[in-house]
Design a protein around this ligand. Structure first.
Ligand code: ZN
Ligand code: CA
Length: 563
């Protein structure tokens, strides 16, 4: 008996050793580009409305819920089903549109290099077209279609779901919804940024709606009414996130003052939001706020909040034996993905390799570097969940318990909820906390994959290579960038100093503005001598510290010195 135990231990040890070898080799071979492609396609499976089959990679999806909104005399068709069910819930819908849009905005070069930009844009527009419909005038926003209780009693294809759907909630002058209005505002502002060079009139429509929704949210303060499925615990985070993106567009410092006042409010748990241990999700956008504001302003309080949160995640938070950071058992992987996205953004700001390794470790776990050697992304790798909690993909009904069978249709690219705290996973459609999929699960996952692919993948991202050596005034695409604004975010501040430092120390080979082929101004050459070196750094520092009011050189938009 004892012998058996010893043998078992030895055997387990061998397996473990073998396992760690296979894990490390697997870690090197993940195909981030394929995973990224799939994770974007997933959204097609959840398209709703008369056009659900248009531009849809899944031939098992068709038009559904074509009379949404009719009970209030509006067309509220379109948008996306929330998860494995068919309700259109406002907060996760807005969250997903915002975070997906944010991912495209920051990693456009990755989506370009992997051929995914068009699909990202059409996916995003399917969100924002719907969000705009839900906002028929400056003071109204409908934020849910469908009834959660009723919907969840139905298991079957959305195309044949019987009955019409209610529009239970609205935000307006008498009903607050600061959370959902704030988050939707951010989604629309980000769409403005992603779309302004494609269709400026659509982009401006988004920005106008974004400002109206922000205004609604801050004027009539209060939580929204959905109190059963997506209970909102905070709205200062959502208003801050909305204001941060409006600030990114308009550079109006009043937005920063408003954010300061929002962030002075304690959380529901009586804590300062700056000591946040959660991660970005539909209910808690504080880390998204700190991340974006650290980038935009370089202010220490945001840097401190980022460091506090990442330190907690990397060093204190429960970790499974296989290395997954485990915030909550319901959809554990969405949280790890979201933190990976945040960590990658912060890696780009700080150059701290630890954040990059941490993010990569979480994404690699999801893609198969885990004790089960399975991928949690459906269709990716050779072993992945076959019984996702998703009515349309499942293809059966509740009759005879058929819905427990493996899905008829491949739900390509869907990230499932994930394992238990011991890295175990039961592929059972009814264990929805582990096998369900959702818009918000895939949202940050797309962004994290793009980021990890940028720095650890096999893709080649073209750096600034102007095609025409002597640009002429007929080149309409060039955009302005101030001298010293190394990350081309519209302001010259300590963040630009950080970039200059990293560039001079060879931590990065390319400065952010150099990646934008529409910028011809040699922004980092602050003295105009044709080189980028410590003299430019010295001038940049003096400018940021307001020791000088302007740089000794001026350029025109083509990069020619004009003084
Ligand atoms: Zn539908
Ligand atoms: Ca919130």
């Amino acid at each position: 008996m004892k012998k058996t135990v010893v043998l078992l231990i030895v055997f387990t040890f061998l397996i473990t050793s073998l396992f760690s070898i296979s894990t490390s080799s697997a870690a090197a071979s993940h195909d981030y580009s394929t995973a990224l492609r799939y994770s974007i396609l997933f959204f097609d499976a959840n398209k709703c409305g008369p056009d659900a089959a248009v531009d849809n990679v899944f031939d098992w999806r068709g038009a559904c819920h074509t009379s949404d909104g009719s009970e209030i005399g509006l067309d509220l068709t379109g948008g996306y089903h929330d998860a494995g069910d068919h309700v259109k819930f406002g907060l996760p819908q807005a969250y997903t549109a915002a975070v997906l849009g944010w991912s495209l905005y920051e990693y456009k070069n990755v989506f370009d290099a992997t051929g995914n930009t068009q699909k990202m844009l059409s996916t995003l527009k399917y969100f924002t077209d719907y969000l705009l419909k839900c906002h028929p005038d400056a003071n109204t926003f409908y934020y849910q279609v469908g009834d959660g209780q009723a919907d969840h009693t139905y298991w079957g294809a959305p195309e044949v779901q019987p009955g019409s759907r209610p529009v239970p909630y609205v935000a307006n002058a008498s009903n607050p919804g600061s959370d959902v209005c704030g988050l939707t505002s951010a989604a629309l502002t980000i769409m403005y940024l992603n779309y302004k060079d494609i269709d400026s009139s659509y982009a401006n429509k988004c920005l106008k709606a974004a400002k109206e929704l922000y205004n609604m949210g801050k004027t009539n303060l209060g939580h929204y009414a959905e109190n059963a499925f997506y209970i909102s615990h905070s709205y200062w985070d959502d208003l801050s996130f909305a204001a941060a993106w409006l600030y990114a567009v308009e550079k109006d410092p009043n937005y920063l003052k408003e954010i300061d006042s929002y962030l002075s409010n304690k959380t529901l748990w009586g804590e300062s939001p700056f000591n946040n241990k959660w991660t970005m999700c539909w209910d808690d956008m504080y880390m998204a706020v700190f991340c974006k504001l650290a980038e935009l302003t370089g202010e220490q309080k945001y840097i401190d909040a980022m460091n506090f949160n990442l330190d907690y995640w990397m060093n204190t938070l429960t970790t499974t034996p296989g290395g997954l950071k485990y915030l909550d058992s319901w959809g554990a992987l969405r949280y790890a993905s979201a933190e990976a996205f945040i960590a990658m953004r912060y890696y780009e700001l700080t150059g701290n390799e630890a954040f990059k390794s941490f993010a990569k470790s979480q994404i690699d776990y999801i893609l198969g570097s885990n004790p089960l050697n399975m991928s949690y992304v459906i269709g990716y790798g050779s072993k992945y969940p076959k019984c996702p909690h998703h009515r349309a993909a499942n293809g059966y009904t509740y009759a005879n318990g058929d819905n427990a069978k493996p899905a008829k249709n491949l739900l390509l690219g869907a990230l499932v909820g994930g394992p238990n705290m011991s890295d175990g996973f039961t592929d059972d459609v009814n264990l929805y906390q582990h096998t369900e999929v959702a818009l918000d699960y895939n949202a940050a996952f797309v962004g994290a994959l793009a980021a990890v692919n940028k720095f650890s993948g096999n893709i080649v991202i073209p750096t600034s290579t102007p095609t025409s050596p002597s640009p002429t005034p007929s080149t309409p695409d060039l955009i302005w960038c101030d001298v010293g604004d190394l990350n081309a975010d519209g302001s010259v501040n300590s963040v630009d100093i950080t970039y200059m430092k990293r560039y001079l120390l060879r931590g990065i080979k390319v400065l952010p503005y150099q990646e934008n082929e529409r910028i011809r101004i040699p922004v980092a050459d602050t003295n105009g001598d044709g080189q980028i070196n410590s003299s430019d750094m010295a001038l940049l520092k003096r400018y940021v510290l307001r020791a000088i009011k302007e740089f000794p050189v001026k350029y025109d938009i083509y990069g020619n010195i004009i003084n």
